[in-house]
Design a protein around this ligand. Structure first.
Ligand code: GAL
Ligand code: CA
Length: 343
């Protein structure tokens, strides 16, 4: 450790000398070493978000900021992630972007970051408020789960009102099932609650037939959906999925069982992944809610620069001092193509 600090001192010194020699301002940001740790890169939305983040951070180099990005995948283990963060710090990261495996268990990472005085930007998996209070150099970038649930409910209500065929058995109620993400994730329970409450507030009569937990995963959702179809055969009129991949898994289940179009429910997802948007364009998915990965990645890159350079932080807007939430957008067949190509 001592040696490392000494070397770091030498580097800063020689850097300052170099800058001095070139006649440059010495208050320019030093090199940005971003250590990124994600919970599971095989999660489709996370994979796409990480691609955006990589692009944004590499883009900083084009703007003249020296940036090095290292990305580690914990593949679902918090233990692994703690070790990866330790290694990222030893390798010289001066800013950490952390997508926690267990959003309720960030203490080891916070301790490591604080001991080494490296600010942390948590993203996508929001630590509980109490943990965010552990140190003033902790930030969060994400989106509000409630907004996505409300928007999914509004999209479903619009469709149900516009198309009387959704109520296939014509009993005046919509028989529905829910596919839920990981238990304990802020985006699972809050999305479900708000989608259902919004439908009810919009005057839609609902009957819940069942639900299945599928951990954001397409294959798991296909399995859960096959079971639910087994129990309720063609009674299901609406499938609300906490994300696109699970909605696509539900569609896979119907395809596998060769169930014809007249007996299909309507499906709604959240995220607007590439596959999700294409499914909306092909009318397989009735709608989705765009989880703004480009906006989130851009906010993280900007915040990373501000935290490392110590400049520009005062110009950024935060909620509760250290939170940045990007808005969601409703997507139907009318605007899906714009989102696929727009960004
Ligand atoms: C959610 C997203 C899911 C999944 C999850 C992982 O915001 O909608 O698809 O990626 O994050 O934390
Ligand atoms: Ca019905």
């Amino acid at each position: 450790m001592k040696i490392k600090k000494y070397m770091a001192g030498m580097l800063i010194l020689s850097g300052a000398l170099l800058l001095g020699a070139c006649g440059k301002r010495t208050d320019e940001p030093e090199e940005i070493y971003v250590g990124v740790a994600c919970y599971n890169e095989s999660d489709v939305f996370i994979g796409e978000l990480i691609d955006c983040l990589r692009e944004q951070l590499n883009g900083l180099s084009e703007d003249g900021l020296q940036t090095t990005v290292t990305i580690r995948d914990a593949a679902g283990s918090q233990r692994t992630q703690n070790d990866q963060v330790k290694a990222l710090i030893e390798e010289g990261s001066n800013i950490l972007c952390i997508n926690l495996v267990d959003r309720a268990d960030p203490s080891e990472i916070i301790d490591l970051a604080r001991e080494n005085n490296i600010p942390v930007i948590f993203f996508n998996r929001e630590p509980v408020a109490e943990d965010m209070m552990q140190w003033e150099q902790l930030y969060y970038v994400g989106a509000k789960a409630k907004q996505s649930g409300v928007m999914q409910g509004e999209l479903a209500a619009e469709r149900i009102r516009a198309d009387s065929r959704v109520d296939r058995n014509r009993d005046g109620k919509i028989q529905y099932v829910v596919l839920e993400g990981e238990p304990g994730h802020q985006d699972s329970i809050i999305r479900t609650e708000n989608a259902v409450d919004t439908l009810k507030n919009e005057g839609i009569e609902l009957e819940k037939l069942s639900y299945g937990i599928a951990n954001w995963n397409r294959a798991q959702a296909q399995n859960r959906m096959m079971q639910m179809i087994g129990q309720h055969s063609n009674e299901i009129e609406l499938v609300l999925a906490n994300n696109d991949d699970m909605a696509l898994g539900a569609i896979d289940a119907y395809a596998k069982l060769n169930i014809t179009e007249s007996a299909l429910p309507v499906f709604f997802g959240i995220d607007g992944t590439d596959a999700g948007l294409k499914a909306v364009m092909e009318s397989q998915l009735a709608g989705t809610v765009y989880n703004d990965k480009e906006g989130q990645a851009a906010a993280m890159a900007k915040l990373a620069v501000a935290l490392v350079s110590g400049e520009g932080l005062e110009k950024m807007e935060f909620e509760n001092g250290r939170y940045i939430y990007l808005p969601y957008y409703k997507i139907t067949i009318d605007n899906a193509a714009d989102f696929l190509n727009f960004f």
